[in-house]
Design a protein around this ligand. Structure first.
Ligand code: FMN
Length: 334
């Protein structure tokens, strides 16, 4: 159906080198995480969801979430909110800040967000969703995208209604996560839903959900005909997934990272996080990444159990080096 190799993605004026997009991940997709994804070939990175009200009223607290640098560009900034005027104002600020694309979150299932009428709540209030899109569209000239789920629950799978409405309001591309709000992650993402959206729209469609291994990506493009693929959990502790997926799209072997490459990237990631957040916050922040990076590695249980005890940057560096050293020697001598 699709010539996977050399596939690119164009969202209005934004020409992307390939169709792979990093998902917005709250509490995770900060600048260091995005930079590493970018280095490994991801064409478009996205900030975590950022409150429109926060952008307007509390820029100091919000600025950290939006901190960027030229090397990661193009950058998508995702905003959420329920008031059209606030969303428009926030989008304008984000445009002035230098973002390359604004994405509107219409899928977040978190109770606090939904209770405020934002995120997935907008799937149940199409009229409000439309007002928000129209207001933001009028406010900015940047490419505009929205990210939706297949519906609120199985009884209200209104993804086609939402998608058509968004296209009619001048949205330039749409991301569909093939699950409802109530499904959580318990159910497999429904790629048929994604394929149906793709078949109906003229604007590019980016599919999302369970693209957790490089080999899933070519299969996903064949099955859905999508223009882009968004990777979320598959990138946790594994930024190489982008390189591997691109290789597979070109019918090349995926190229596993060597232990040396893993170690070097982990240390660099750690340094970037500590530089950005300071030693105290940075080390705490990095714990979860260390857990993800060591997933599936031999001897990881012992290593992981020690992580909360490490108090300084140099200690963490030493422990990581020691772990990989042991790992390499046991490889040689086993
Ligand atoms: C920890 C976590 C945080 C997330 N934060 C956001 C977010 O800020 N904005 C958003 O649109 N989706 C968010 N999502 C959903 C992901 O972007 C993505 O749609 C979902 O994980 C499915 O993709 P995957 O199967 O590749 O992980 C989050 C998911 C996780 C697991």
């Amino acid at each position: 159906m699709i010539a996977d190799c050399q596939k690119t993605l164009k969202i209005a004026s934004l020409e992307l080198a390939n169709p792979l997009v990093l998902a917005p991940l709250s509490g995770i997709s900060d600048l260091p995480f995005r930079l590493l994804a970018k280095e490994q070939g991801c064409a478009l990175v996205c900030t975590e969801m950022t409150s429109a009200e926060g952008i307007i009223r509390n820029w100091k607290a919000t600025e950290r979430l939006l901190r960027s640098c030229p090397e990661e560009r193009p950058l998508a900034v995702q905003i959420f909110g329920s008031r059209p005027e606030a969303m428009a104002e926030a989008a304008k600020i984000v445009e002035g800040y230098g973002a390359d694309l604004v994405d509107i979150n219409m899928g977040c299932p978190v109770r606090k967000v939904v209770r405020g009428g934002s995120g997935a709540a907008l799937l149940r209030d199409v009229e409000r969703a439309k007002e928000i899109i129209q207001a933001v569209r009028k406010a900015i000239s940047l490419p505009l995208t929205i990210k939706i789920r297949s519906g609120w629950d199985e009884k209200s799978m209104n993804f086609l209604e939402m998608a058509r409405m968004a296209e009619g309001c001048g949205v330039n591309a749409l991301t569909v996560h093939g699950r409802t709000r109530t499904q959580g992650y318990a159910v497999k993402a429904d790629w048929e839903v994604i394929a149906r959206v793709k078949a109906r729209l003229r604007i590019p469609v980016i599919g999302n959900g369970d693209l957790t291994s490089p080999s899933a990506i070519p299969q996903f493009f064949r099955q859905t005909g999508c223009d882009g693929a968004m990777i979320g959990r598959g990138a946790l502790g594994n930024p190489w997934i982008f390189r591997q997926a691109l290789n597979m799209l070109q019918s090349k072997p995926p190229a596993e990272p060597s232990l040396e490459e893993k170690e070097a990237l982990i240390l660099r990631h750690l340094r970037m996080v500590v530089e950005m957040r300071g030693e105290d916050h940075g080390l705490k922040e990095f714990r979860k990444h260390l857990i993800w990076y060591t997933r599936g590695l031999r001897g990881n249980a012992q290593f992981r159990s020690q992580i909360p005890l490490w108090k300084s940057f140099s200690e963490v560096v030493g422990r990581i080096q020691e772990y990989f050293q042991n790992f390499k020697s046991s490889y040689l001598f086993s």
